[in-house]
Design a protein around this ligand. Sequence first.
Ligand code: MJ2
Ligand code: ZN
Length: 257
Amino acid sequence: LSGLDFFSPSVWHKNYPVAQGDRQSPIDIVPHQASHDPSLDPVVLNYDQCTSTKISNSGTSVVVEFDDSDDRSVIRGGPLDNPYRLKQFHFHWGGKGCHGSEHTVGGNSYASELHLVHWNAVKYKTFGEAATAPDGLAVLGIFLETGDDHRWLHVITDALYTVKYKGSVADFKGFNPKCLLPSSLHYWTYLGSLTTPPLHESVIWVVLKEPITVSEKQLGKLRTLLFSGEEENERTRMENNFRPPQLLKGRKVRSSN
Ligand SMILES: Cc1cc(C)cc(S(N)(=O)=O)c1
Ligand SMILES: [Zn+2]
């Protein structure tokens, strides 16, 4: 089995017909076609009280989970009518030297993309319920470009050996993702979906314009993860776990200032 069998966007529509829906993600963002909307407020991230709980290998990415039993860490403002509670973050990346972001900008990919997933706990009782509602989730997308080492990413990459195989989970406490934010919170926003099955059309996307910088060495450590489980005799490296851009289908992308 090649890595392709573990991550095959081109066949998802067979089991998930919504893959060909009207608000699928990711998309190619064309900056000059995005409409600047002066009514768009800045996005506000209250991550001060948030701490992580677990790190896991979901079989498609490495996921850091948070305690979302109260509003200790939320995103609000921007295009959002309510505060959305931080649930988890994860990454998408390419193969050695290849690009691996999901959203592209003017047709250009970044090396990787970080997704901070939040849910609308004002309107919905559980994450699962929010994940199927049109305004249920808000995902903050941050591009990663290669250059110098990121001074805090090593906290995550140093823990990856504990979750090498699909299905593994390990304690991962005390990590605050505010250290992964770029200096500017200027963003593009549009209505979209989860980018891996079940591809629910439940995401308000907020994609930051400014990338963060990580080193090729740090990205390479993400590729030591495996798509496969410990019991499988195939050792399939986790890489190229990104879905390509989907059709805009008439949607408008708005731009904060
Ligand atoms: C399947 C899935 C679940 C979650 C929570 C988030 C995503 S994504 N990549 O759209 O942020 C995908
Ligand atoms: Zn994602």
